[in-house]
Ligand binder design. Structure first.
Ligand code: MF3
Ligand code: CO
Ligand code: CO
Length: 250
């Protein structure tokens, strides 16, 4: 990416991070995922961006809302959040032709210790993956770091889905796995961006795929309805290190 492309990535990634900060106070018992969708849709437009999920391969909404056993790509609907739920909210504004992709878990009221654990481990896993990034390192280095951490914590990382290259396209090479071997996979090139977004399950790595009407995107659930958690950041690989573009400084 050119310096001006990188500037555009910085702007849209900051907006993505601000979108999660904006939505946080609304994530309370009694709110529906459709209401979260509408709030994020409006916030994105007010900030001069477009919600990239809307219409992406036929995806019907502006944000993904993945509740409890939903692994990812949950579709906002009439579901009303209740005390004890956990939800991943995954936002991707597009501005000036560039995409910023970030997600986080939110607790709805008071949640179980099990929910806290899977959330905490998903957060730790994302950071282990990010810290394994180095220019000319590999996607296997990231996957290895995530996999090792998850195994130590006694939880399970989803294999079929993971992070991706991003920039002036939403999803591109390389695939960023949550398992792997050091030195394997694709090389990480300076001045490109990728996401790290491990999905961590409570009971097993096994997931089921559920079709979304009129879309080629699928959503995923744990096969046994046990909990799943995920965090995501967009990262710029520099010539000496990396920068987490969707992290707010304050
Ligand atoms: N934001 C998701 C990701 O992290 C992709 C959502 S695609 C959609 O890659 F169509 F489901 F919105
Ligand atoms: Co992503
Ligand atoms: Co995302």
């Amino acid at each position: 990416m050119s310096p001006s492309d990188i500037d555009k990535m910085r702007v849209v990634c900051r907006l993505a991070a601000e979108t999660l900060k904006f939505i946080k106070p609304y994530v309370k018992p009694g709110v529906s995922t459709n209401e979260i969708n509408q709030l994020i849709h409006d916030f994105t437009l007010e900030n001069g961006a477009e919600p990239a999920p809307l219409g992406y391969h036929g995806f019907p909404k502006s944000v993904c809302t993945s509740v409890n056993h939903c692994v990812c790509h949950g579709v906002p609907d009439e579901t009303v959040l209740k005390d004890g739920d956990v939800i991943n909210i995954d936002v991707t504004p597009k501005k000036d032709g560039f995409y910023g992709d970030t997600s986080a878990m939110f607790f709805v009221g008071n949640v179980s210790d099990a929910a806290k654990k899977v959330t905490e481990v998903a957060h730790g896993a994302m950071w282990k993956g990010i810290e394994a990034i180095a220019p000319f390192g590999t996607t296997g280095d990231i996957g290895f770091a995530i996999g090792k951490y998850i195994q130590k914590k006694g939880l399970y990382a989803v294999k079929e889905i993971g992070g991706h290259g991003i920039g002036n396209v939403f999803h591109t090479d390389p695939f960023v796995p949550s398992f792997g071997k050091k030195g394997r996979g694709e090389r990480l090139k300076p001045w490109t961006c990728l996401t790290v977004e491990p999905m961590i399950n409570q009971n097993s790595a096994q997931i089921i795929e559920v079709p979304i009407a009129n879309s080629s995107i699928k959503y995923y659930e744990t096969h046994d309805k046990s909990l799943s958690a995920q965090f995501e950041h967009t990262i710029l690989i520099t010539d000496t290190s990396y920068e987490v573009l969707t992290l707010l400084e304050d």
